[in-house]
Ligand binder design. Structure first.
Ligand code: BTN
Length: 237
């Protein structure tokens, strides 16, 4: 993709994903990027809030018409990890589905949201929201053990948002090696994990990533399960 998206910058906003959704509703031209220094109502997956005090918070909104969106979540994790490596020189690992980890701590979260037409129910845009703890060194007490920062004083949030955008846009037509690149960065494969299904917790070993980005696990009784969505926990970090 060779489009040059417009960038909108904010000192503070409720949520760049929410702003993207509002602007799409007003008919803004896609692709477009919203970048904030701070979010007052940053959103994470599964209805959680996302700590957003002074890192990089951005949302790229793209049209879905001509693109393969099935692997978008998987591709977004690879693109952001590769952008961070290129811009900062830090190699982040991916925890399925698309959390980025460095030094055993989560340094970036990604929230992909579809925008659907309320009459037809058709998805007409996708918002890829990315929160990077860029140069964040202080976390609230409840996050201290799990969240980490990427410390690189020489790179600005604006610059990193540009590198990430370029990588993301080039990954929207999904390349055939995306799963290999994802697997190379996985911090989950071969590890003992736990997951929840229909309200029950299971212990398992993470075996492989399938061609659609699903996680294949082997349960304690030897059976295999394909996880297509949801969340896993690494049993020993
Ligand atoms: C997660 O780890 O659960 C996903 C976090 C996604 C956070 C980003 S920050 C930019 C964008 N705006 C939001 O409100 N959320 C995403």
């Amino acid at each position: 993709m060779n489009q040059n998206p417009d960038f909108y910058y904010y000192k503070a906003i409720d949520s760049t994903n929410s702003e993207a959704r509002r602007k799409i509703g007003e008919g803004i031209t896609l692709p477009v990027v919203f970048v904030a220094e701070k979010q007052t109502a940053g959103r994470g997956r599964r209805g959680r809030s996302f700590f957003s005090e002074g890192g990089l918070y951005m949302s790229l909104a793209v049209n879905t018409s001509e693109k393969d969106t099935v692997l978008l979540t998987t591709a977004a994790a690879v693109a952001v990890a590769e952008a961070i490596e290129e811009a900062i020189g830090i190699t982040a690992g991916i925890k399925w589905v698309n959390d980025l980890y460095f030094d055993g701590k989560k340094v970036c979260g990604i929230l992909c949201e579809a925008v659907t037409d309320k009459d037809s129910g058709k998805t007409n845009a996708v918002i890829i929201g990315i929160g990077v703890n860029l140069n964040v060194t202080e976390f609230p007490e409840e996050l201290k053990n799990t969240a980490g920062g990427l410390v690189s004083p020489n790179i600005t949030a604006k610059k990193l948002s540009e590198v990430i955008t370029e990588k993301l846009l080039s990954e929207l037509v999904i390349s055939s090696d995306i799963i290999d690149r994802y697997k190379k960065r996985s911090i989950v494969l071969g590890r003992d994990i736990s997951y929840e299904k229909n309200g029950t917790s299971y212990f398992a070993k993470a075996l492989d990533i399938d061609s659609a980005g699903g996680l294949i696990v082997q349960n304690e009784d030897g059976t295999k399960t394909l996880l297509n969505s949801g969340e896993i926990t690494l049993r020993f970090l």
